[in-house]
Write a protein of this length. Structure first.
Length: 46
């Protein structure tokens, strides 16, 4: 799967936001997931 498709999936689940021009930023939820504080199985796609 290409990276842009993976980023779109992460955006759909609220783990990153698109800033435009292929630039993404991690959200608070994304940081919590990486820290092991958030179970991604509980997330719903927009």
């Amino acid at each position: 799967m290409p990276i842009n498709a993976r980023c779109k999936t992460l955006v759909a689940y609220g783990l990153v936001v698109s800033l435009g021009n292929g630039v993404y930023d991690i959200t608070r939820e994304g940081e919590q997931y990486l820290a092991g504080e958030l179970d991604a199985r509980t997330l719903d796609a927009d």
